[in-house]
Write a protein that binds this ligand. Structure first.
Ligand SMILES: Nc1ncnc2c1ncn2[C@@H]1O[C@H](COP(=O)(O)OP(=O)(O)OP(=O)(O)O)[C@@H](O)[C@H]1O
Ligand SMILES: [Mg+2]
Length: 318
């Protein structure tokens, strides 16, 4: 293939990725155009101007000073980012503002089981440069490493640290003495990263491509069930939390029904019956139960069968 055809093919691929995801990482450009001997070709200037704000010379040794055009990466509509979450419109809008804002800030989503907190941070992970960790398995040092690697991997100027179940990040010491030591290290890490955002990463040791990267934003979004398992020091890095209260029966019915129709392609009739069943007849009323039924019920017969085998059967004392 001639260079020109190769460029066209690479551009086509880039546009497809952009259409699918809504934005491009610098890496996408490198990967798509990677088939070409970069030395000999000229990246179309509109690609450079759209995604790489500045570049210096193309040469045998690459030296780029670039900033990903982060505006392009952060303009997604909250209804698209959080399309799989039913309701919670106020939270969606606040989080959108938070995501788009300049600088550093942290936010905590706190509340009851099965109310959609994890969904929110998973959606952010899917759409934006981020690192996702679970509090129960994480250490401050491990998190720092992951964040660093991700910045270098994506060459991103903004990054989100998403910590699910932050309240599980406790040490099992018997006397409770350093119960919160990892959390307090994390608070330090957050302070350090905030300072880092005004500095540059020198990655010249990374192969033969060297560039400076100016980190523009570091934001932490964490979830937790209860505030009291989070050390006051770490709490202070987040400020006032966004509260997720337990769904009322009415909300559970409405949200559950839509969720069944959207996620499991149920007919409105069947979705209504299943949501009703959970709200009216189940002891444990929560969205996870609705979700489970979405997986196993495909008809009214299935629902009847499920109702039969889960209701008490003859004399068993459960
Ligand atoms: N508003 C909603 N729209 C769609 N699905 C929802 C909604 N709320 C909850 N769910 C569904 O309920 C289940 C639990 O949601 P999720 O895991 O986000 O809850 P959580 O708040 O993180 O709970 P936990 O505190 O137990 O971790 C998931 O299957 C999710 O898809
Ligand atoms: Mg969760």
């Amino acid at each position: 293939m001639e260079a020109k055809e190769q460029i066209n093919a690479a551009l086509k691929k880039l546009l497809e990725i952009e259409k699918k995801r809504g934005f491009l990482y610098y890496d996408d450009i490198v990967k798509s155009v990677g088939v070409i001997q970069l030395k000999d070709v000229y990246l179309p200037s509109y690609i450079l101007s759209r995604y790489c704000v500045e570049h210096t010379t193309f040469g045998p040794k690459w030296s780029w000073t670039y900033k990903l055009n982060s505006e392009a990466t952060l303009q997604a509509d909250p209804q698209d980012i959080f399309a799989d979450i039913v309701g919670h419109d106020d939270v969606k809008n606040i989080l959108k503002e938070f995501i788009n804002s300049e600088g550093n800030a942290n936010i905590l989503l706190v509340g009851d089981y099965g109310t959609g907190k994890t969904m929110f941070i998973r959606d952010i992970e899917e759409h934006f440069p981020s690192v996702y960790v679970e509090g129960g398995n994480a250490t401050a040092v491990g998190i720092l490493q992951k964040v660093r690697n991700k910045i270098l991997e994506l060459r991103t100027t903004r990054i989100f640290l998403l910590i699910d179940e932050l309240d599980k990040m406790v040490n099992p010491s018997k006397d409770g003495s350093d119960r919160y030591s990892e959390q307090e290290k994390l608070a330090n890490l957050i302070d350090t990263a905030a300072k880092l955002t005004k500095s540059k990463f020198d990655t010249s040791k990374n192969g033969d491509m060297s560039f400076d990267l100016e980190l523009k934003g570091f934001k932490v979004i964490a979830t937790a069930n209860r505030m009291y398992n989070i050390s006051p020091l770490l709490q202070s890095r987040f400020g006032k939390p966004i509260i997720f209260g337990q769904y009322t029966k009415d909300e559970l019915f409405k949200i559950g029904k839509v969720m069944l129709m959207v996620r499991y392609h149920m007919s409105e009739d069947l979705a209504t019956a299943v949501a009703n069943y959970v709200v009216q007849e189940e002891k444990e009323v929560n969205m996870r139960e609705v979700d489970k039924l979405g997986n196993i019920i495909h008809s009214k017969d299935d629902l009847d069968r499920y109702r039969r085998i889960t209701s008490q059967r003859g004399g068993m004392n459960l």
